[in-house]
Design a protein around this ligand. Sequence first.
Ligand code: ADP
Length: 652
Amino acid sequence: MTGAKTYGPATALSTARDQEAGDQGTRVQGAGDEPTGDRARSWRGRAGAVLSRRLPPRLRRSLLFLPPLLVLLLAVFAADWAEVQSGLRSDAVARERLTLYRETILRELEKYRHLPYIVARDPRAVGVLSDPGQAPSANRFLKELAATTGAAALYVMNEDGLTVAASNFDTAGSFVGRNYSFRPYFQEARDGEEGRFFAVGATTGEPGFFFARSTPAGAPARGVVVVKVDMERLETNWRHGGETVIVTDVHGVVFLGTRDDWRYSSLAPLQDMVVAAIRSDRQYGNARLASLQQGPLAQTRLVIGGTAWRQARLKVGILDWTIHYFTPMSEVRAPRGVVWAGAGALVLLYAIWLLVLRSRRLGRVTAGLRQDAATLRDLNRRLVEEIDERRRVERELRDTQADLARASRLAAVGEMSAAVAHELNQPLAALGMFVSGARLYQQRGETAAVTENLDEIDALRHRMATLTQELKRFARPGESRIETVDLRDCLKTSAKLVRPRVEETGVALQLHLPSRPMTANTAPLRVEQVLVNLLRNAIDACQGVAAPVVEARARIEEGRAVIEILDNGEGIPDTLRERIFEPFFTTKPAATGLGLGLAISARIVEDLGGSLATRARRAGGACFVLSLPLAAQGGDEGSEEDARRLDAVDAQ
Ligand code: ADP
């Protein structure tokens, strides 16, 4: 049974070992081969795993941060590079656009540039200079010409700067009668040069470009012809492009462009002298001429109104004008954002990849743990089964022991029946004789002899009654309640019980008890029954000895109580040593001994888990050794043992 039980777990273990051995076997076999395909991959994986396992875990964890750090470091350089590239690209675009914008300005102005030159030679226009009566016809002529060419205004001034005829003679803002001698273009033209000027109209308040020419030498009178070109159309066209383009004059003042809010402001702070000069020309009316930013004019990057710009510039080729093309830095820097976003995405992907790997590894570990748990559960189940099986077998064993005990008791009863029959037959036969004798003596009238016979009959009855009483005790040994007792107390009680007999016989009874308690879970009354029996036998045995001494020595030995009852009597002959425990064996006279005491005692002691034996004393006399189990220190073991013993006792 036990063999079969240990077989289960042992098989499970050996199976696991076999499997492991099998795995190793496969590895060894593959070691000599060239790694190919999946195997090669798994080999590389294993090599990597072995390498990474050799590194300390802290370093391994730190290495995980290396790839994202490298990516971020690269991103720093890549972002700078991307911005530089983007700047170069935007510069190239700006150059292209600037050329285009410059062309539109030049083309627009070129259309009107020669108009004053031609008009100054036309008597229909300049005739008014010498003959004021031609003013109406000159006005009409100029009006027609302006309408045809698309000029904003066309007018003739005399040599004092007074306007004598104008295309807008019939409008509220007519130039006729106004003096523009303060305008630089007038002075330039009067000096024989081509007068060129950009200004806000002193009368109309509308900005425009002025071309001026003087009347040629030999003309009837000196004068200056001016055409005003409207630049608004140009601006409107530019605005459609959605770009930021401005034109600044020689001082850096914005006078044209797509940003109305920058108009008549300077790109760099202006000197007071310059401001005064502009004011005296009334070039930009009463504009404040504030600076848009504080830095010098010639820089690539500017911050205007909180927005950073990258500017590209180109000289227009007229009046020292510069055309500026602005690209928002946010646009230039956009690729930097793309690079960072890409780097971020890479780091994120890396993190996700790590997480996936980790969750896979955790999954594998969990699966392994689950398998281990299943194996443990299996082992546990087998153990529980084994324990149940053991309990069942123990129960069976106890039942069998009880059966055996019953059977042996029955056998003993059988043996005893013969002995009892023999024991009873003798007194019965004697009884018959005494009854016949009594009848005879009665017939004879010998009353005294009858009485004597009746006494004998009574003595025989008494002996038979004693015999049956002892037999009853043997069959049912009495109280078997298990208690926790100090065996020293049992010994003291037993000594008290035999005290009358001790006094009667004059035997010296000595008790030797240990100082430590001899605690046992046992049936005290039955222990006392045994001790009384042993003490009585000892007292009986030293009758006729000069100084009869009976000793009871108790001690604790290897967790058991050992009680020796010694006497200095005649002792037990070796030939009888085996037989004294048999029922009805006695060496005492028929009236005193039945020979059941030791047989009953031995049975009781056996039931209590102890032993009873006898040994010879060198000094003479007998020694009976009673050994009983003591209560276990921890408690549990002892109580289980006691319970089992109690079961056995009850079974009898
Ligand atoms: P009983 O006392 O009725 O004879 P027991 O079973 O108690 O029955 O004892 C059996 C026999 O064992 C006794 O008759 C005696 O011969 C022997 N015996 C017992 N105790 C002693 C002893 N202390 N010394 C010598 N013989 C003993």
